[in-house]
Design a protein around this ligand. Structure first.
Ligand code: AMP
Ligand code: GLY
Length: 431
């Protein structure tokens, strides 16, 4: 069959790479794809981003299955559109994607269904928001309502930072904005991602990403600077609680409210020192770079999973995972996350072909997934976005995976490249 992946990031490169390994797949299209999907002979980029044009393409090419990577097309209703044309697509409808696209919707939903999360208040009026933080005190968390790709959140350690964040979100004189102000939660974060067909749920392996730009979890929030799987903080007990207290009531609640959630559901967990998980946020998609490490460990056929998920038969799926740890290090462009510079040539990339090893030291156990890259006029690879590459490796332990990923990263160069040297640090620490 022919399949289509919508998106152009590292997550989509990993999805396409994994789909191409399925014996059921004859061709994987990526729309629009990036410089990495362009280089892989098993994949074909399609320069389309308009949703109606994507549906036209899927009809014309007889695409059997489409999977959506990023949140923006989900929030714009790509799943509703494809379904209205009789096309098979895996992802949530526009209404269900509100779990991510509207923080206010998500918080109210969690309130209605008793799903553990931080106490919060929503404001449209800046004056009231300022007065509220004065009463609550710091630390406190300020979030813009709407999609902000993980960047619309300020964890304010002081009242001054909190007021500044409100000014940013609700500029004086501007109408129509909303700010969500949340209780600060203490604990360790993990990414808890499941696939759902609207009724049944299959949990993926656990993972953890590193949201801050700099080593030691310092600096500004980003989309994620690295990830690894599994996440030791998600013990079997935490896993069971997350399924029972967060995932199950969310899937049941969305169905009850008439918006069954079909797609990857990502609950960002904050796990306190008692092992009680609370929901930091929902995403209506796979994480990036969590997808890269998860898909490296997935042994089962991804097409089977997505097929059952679009048939409503996920209860028949049992996923197999590699016992090894996967760890991915993001290389980001100069200026990321504020204003990434584009157009820098990248050297030292492993040569690419469908099944060839990407590293001589570890056959098939290192993959360099591309994100913000594009092919230049001479066929060279250029940076074209904030997060440029995710160098991902498998290893018998976190340390082994870490060592392999950093070894594979070493020869890769571009001007101003930034990456963290400590991806996986929480998992190598003795617990
Ligand atoms: P979000 O986009 O909601 O996931 O927020 C981005 C990051 O901000 C999260 O991954 C957390 O590190 C942090 N954060 C968000 N909400 C809270 C909260 N209520 N308490 C503590 N940290 C938070
Ligand atoms: N890595 C976090 C996210 O995808 O939102």
């Amino acid at each position: 069959m022919k399949v289509l992946v919508i998106g152009n990031g590292g997550r989509e490169h990993a999805l396409a790479w994994k789909l191409a390994q399925s014996p059921r797949v004859q061709m994987v299209f990526v729309a629009p794809g990036n410089g990495g999907t362009a280089r892989d002979p098993a994949l074909r980029n399609v320069p389309i981003t308009d949703l109606a044009a994507l549906a036209d393409f899927a009809q014309a090419e007889k695409i059997a299955l489409t999977v959506v990577g990023p949140e923006a097309p989900l929030a714009a209703g790509v799943v509703d559109l494809f379904r209205s044309r009789g096309l098979r697509i895996f992802g949530p409808t526009q209404a269900a994607a509100q779990l991510e696209s509207s923080k206010a919707f998500a918080k109210e939903f969690m309130g209605r269904h008793g799903i553990p999360t931080a106490a919060h208040a929503t404001f449209e009026d800046a004056g009231q928001a300022h007065a509220y933080v004065d009463v609550q005190g710091a630390p406190i968390v300020i979030k813009a309502d709407g999609l902000a790709a993980g960047k619309g959140v300020v964890v304010a350690m002081t009242l001054q930072e909190a007021h500044a964040a409100i000014d940013q979100t609700l500029p004086p004189g501007q109408q129509g904005g909303r700010v969500v102000i949340e209780e600060f939660m203490q604990g360790e974060e993990a990414s808890f991602i499941v696939a759902s067909d609207g009724r049944h749920v299959v949990a993926l392996a656990t993972s953890q990403d590193h949201k801050r730009l700099n080593d030691g979890d310092q600096g500004p929030n980003t989309g994620g600077m690295g990830a690894y799987s599994p996440a030791p903080v998600v013990t079997p007990e935490v896993h069971a609680r997350a399924m029972r207290d967060i995932i199950a009531p969310t899937i049941a609640g969305m169905a009850e409210e008439g918006h069954p959630f079909t797609g990857f559901l990502y609950a960002g967990l904050m796990i306190d020192d008692q092992g009680q998980p609370k929901t930091v946020e929902f995403n209506a998609r796979l994480g990036d770079p969590e997808a890269q490490v998860l898909l490296m460990r997935l042994k089962s056929d991804l097409v089977d999973l997505l097929w059952h998920a679009t048939e409503g038969t996920l209860d028949q799926v049992d996923l197999q995972w590699d016992r090894q740890v996967a760890l991915g290090v993001v290389m980001a462009a100069q200026g990321y996350p504020v204003q990434p510079r584009k157009g820098d040539p990248i050297s030292g990339l492993p040569s690419s072909s469908k099944s060839a090893p990407q590293s001589s030291s570890a056959y098939g156990e290192v993959q360099v997934f591309h994100a913000g890259t594009q092919t230049g006029p001479q066929g060279e690879v250029l940076t074209s976005g904030g997060r440029v590459l995710c160098v991902t490796a498998l290893g018998d332990s976190v340390r082994m995976a870490q060592q392999r990923a950093y070894e594979a990263l070493e020869p890769i160069q571009f001007a101003g490249a930034q990456w963290r040297r400590d991806i996986g640090h929480r998992a190598v620490k003795p617990r």
